[in-house]
Ligand binder design. Structure first.
Ligand code: ATP
Ligand code: MG
Length: 271
């Protein structure tokens, strides 16, 4: 499977219908799950190196429509990492304090520190998505923000933070099923939000806003369109992209500053 197929090329005009939502990459579910288990082991090893090195950071942006699978991705893909080195940030409707600042203020504060992986469950992209669909900002402001996002992400990269952005791509039918499941299963009632229905009927408006947001794909901060109707394939593809990224970052264990053969651990007697 070549993940490049799912990467939005820099400068590319995006039409979401060019990507299938139910792609399985040619794997069966069993094959996919077995491969995912292998990737998870490797990912955990690379994460430890990143943490030990503490020179670079990785920022992962997750965006999706409601019930698109952001939470499931966090649980499945990032659940295999050492929690010490991962920071998950959930961005909700901005508070009064946050609204009193520029839209990147709260985002920058959550950028991952060196040695760690930051996961944005929703992100600065909400400020060119939900805000656009609801006409809270005009086209000129949206365009300005897209430019500001490009500059902001380039600044992070220049300062040692690598960035990968995932759009979890589901079909309207899949969303309907998942929302219905939240109604049918009482252990999922807490996930049901009536407001999601109002967003659902704005499907085409969101498609347009996402297609514009995805044009911020660059070589250093690429967007991937992840077919997400099948949860196991979504997790597999995301893991594969992350693994390739971590290998490319080549984190190294720091050089030892002592000769381990010369160090003697003192014997102690505890009474
Ligand atoms: P789930 O998919 O499980 O429902 P969620 O991410 O939708 O999780 P919620 O608390 O249901 O979490 O929703 C968060 C809400 O905050 C979303 O409707 C999102 O559009 C909104 N939001 C996030 N950032 C902004 C922003 N900058 N401006 C306006 N609304 C925002
Ligand atoms: Mg929600």
């Amino acid at each position: 499977m070549n993940p490049d197929r799912y990467r939005v090329k820099a400068g590319q005009n995006v039409s979401l219908q060019d990507w299938a939502t139910d792609d399985d990459g040619g794997y069966t579910k069993e094959e996919g799950k077995a491969l995912l288990a292998e990737y998870e082991t490797e990912l955990a090893q690379w994460q430890e190196r990143l943490y030990a090195e503490s020179k670079q950071a990785l920022l992962v942006v997750l965006q999706a429509r409601d019930a698109g699978g952001k939470d499931g991705t966090v649980k499945q893909v990032f659940g295999s990492f050492n929690p010490n080195g991962v920071q998950i940030s959930n961005f909700k409707v901005p508070s009064e304090e946050e609204q009193g600042h520029d839209f990147l203020w709260r985002i920058h504060a959550k950028a991952p520190r060196r040695g760690t992986i930051g996961v944005f469950n929703r992100s600065h992209y909400e400020d060119v998505l939900v805000t656009r669909v609801h006409d809270l900002i005009d086209t000129k402001t949206a365009k300005q923000r897209l430019d500001q996002i490009r500059h902001f992400e380039a600044m992070l990269t220049e300062n040692g933070t690598q960035i990968i952005k995932f759009y979890l791509h589901i079909s309207p039918e899949e969303q309907q099923e998942r929302l219905q499941a939240r109604l049918d299963d009482e252990t999922k009632h807490w996930k049901f939000n009536e407001g999601d229905l109002a967003e659902r009927v704005k499907w085409p408006e969101y498609t347009k806003a996402y297609e514009d947001a995805l044009t911020t794909s660059t070589k250093d901060a690429p967007w991937y369109v992840i077919p997400a109707d099948r949860k196991w394939f979504r997790d597999l593809l995301i893991s594969q992209v992350l693994l390739a990224k971590l290998k490319e970052m080549k984190p190294q264990y720091p050089a030892t500053t002592f000769d381990p053969k010369q160090v003697k651990i003192p014997n102690i007697e505890v009474k």
